[in-house]
Design a protein around this ligand. Structure first.
Ligand code: NAP
Ligand code: ZN
Ligand code: ZN
Length: 347
């Protein structure tokens, strides 16, 4: 066991504070990672506040982890000391079900993926996430950060990047496709960059035009405010694909009206309350309303390689660990451009 410094919420809704946690000793197939940077995802805030239901405390959030390998177990073949690596939302899964075998570990049906934090591992021990100086992870749940990407801007790709890349690929965003990104936050700004790099025509649908200049610089072709009712008239029947990254419940009927026939609205946002949809908004126009969760390990590697090839990292605001609680408030106020990343040397 190794004692490491971390930031944890001692109880639901409590502010995060500095503490220490124990990491397991490195086993045969484990790598020990010196964490350099950890992104703050809105999912961290939902969980710290028990917005998704009962959670495990103390909680060390963080599933956008970038660091350097500092020790490997004797059976490890993929990584060596000094390698630049990342860890996302999961640290294990059953490895035997059809989904695990197909590289869809996030949809593991053999007991579910083991979350990077707020979960119990196969030994029944609580997992602790990336707001910490080190983490021990099985090599099969670690990905390589390509040389072309610096670790700070790569960290958010481990969740915000893969969560938007996976549905964009699955629903064939590319040349000739009109893609709308709903919400210009951590996930949304990566969706804009990725959809643009994939060759789609990209429209941002944001609550206001406050972040319009940024959106257009990041690769959007068009930018509209959803607070303006004219947006819904003008864009009715326009999009092949809408990716919603919004963290709060929405009027899905209004957004479904923006799809063309056979269009799909993919929801990756994870609001705390259920929503209600009038099914006629799907029937009229044979439309799809779907969800998507992160991405598998192999696809996460593919996404990182794609980002390195296209020079895509996250737009970040680097903060000290002592600023985490303030950063949470700013994320809740949609006041983030576009991902807070913790410099873990300050923990
Ligand atoms: P974020 O940075 O806070 O971005 C969310 C954006 O949604 C905001 O920037 C804002 O965009 C918009 N928004 C917020 N409140 C709104 C409201 N009441 N009405 C309309 N729009 C609103 O959050 P994030 O880290 O990108 O995460 C977004 C959501 O995805 C969270 O619920 C998170 O838990 C979830 N998530 C899901 C997965 C998955 O696997 N499916 C993975 C990661 C995260 P504008 O200012 O542009 O309007
Ligand atoms: Zn996340
Ligand atoms: Zn499985």
């Amino acid at each position: 066991m190794t004692t490491v410094a971390a930031y944890a919420a001692p109880a639901a809704k409590a502010p995060l504070e500095r503490t220490t946690i124990e990491r397991r000793a490195v086993r045969e197939f484990d790598v020990l990672i010196d964490i350099k940077f950890a992104g703050i995802c809105h999912s961290d805030i939902h969980q710290v506040r028990e917005g998704w239901g009962e959670a495990i405390f103390p909680m060390v959030p963080g599933h956008e982890i970038a660091g350097v390998v500092s020790e490997v177990g004797p059976g490890v073949t993929k990584y060596k000391v000094g390698d630049r690596v990342g860890v996302g939302c999961m640290v294990d899964s059953c490895r035997e079900c059809d989904n695990c075998k197909a590289g869809l570990e996030q949809y593991c049906t053999g007991g579910g993926m083991v979350g990077t934090y707020n979960a119990l591992d196969k030994d029944g021990e609580p997992t602790y996430g990336g707001y910490a100086q080190k983490i021990v992870v099985d090599e099969n749940y670690v990905v390589r950060i390509p040389d072309g990407l610096s670790l700070d801007v790569a960290a958010p790709l481990l969740c915000a990047g893969i969560t938007t890349y996976s549905p964009l690929k699955h629903w064939n965003a590319g040349p000739g496709k009109k893609v709308a990104v709903l919400g210009m936050g951590g996930l949304g700004h990566m969706a804009v960059k990725l959809a643009h790099a994939l060759g789609a025509e990209v429209t941002v649908l944001s609550q206001s035009l406050r972040k319009q200049d940024d959106g257009l610089k990041l690769g959007a072709d068009h930018y509209y405010a959803t607070s303006d009712p004219k947006t819904f008239q003008e864009l009715a029947g326009t999009f092949d694909l809408i990716v919603s990254t919004v963290s709060a419940p929405l009027d899905f009927g209004a957004f479904l009206s923006l799809l063309r026939t056979d269009g799909a609205l993919i929801n990756v946002g994870a609001p705390e309350e259920p929503i209600s949809v009038n099914l006629f908004s799907l029937i009229a126009g044979r439309k799809t309303l779907a969800g998507s969760g992160i991405g598998g390990i192999q696809e996460t590697q593919e996404m990182l390689d794609f980002c390195a090839e296209h020079g895509l990292g996250a737009e970040i605001e680097l903060i000290a660990a002592s600023e985490i609680n303030e950063a949470y408030e700013r994320v809740l106020n949609s006041d983030v451009r576009y991902r807070f990343v913790i410099d873990t040397a300050t923990i």
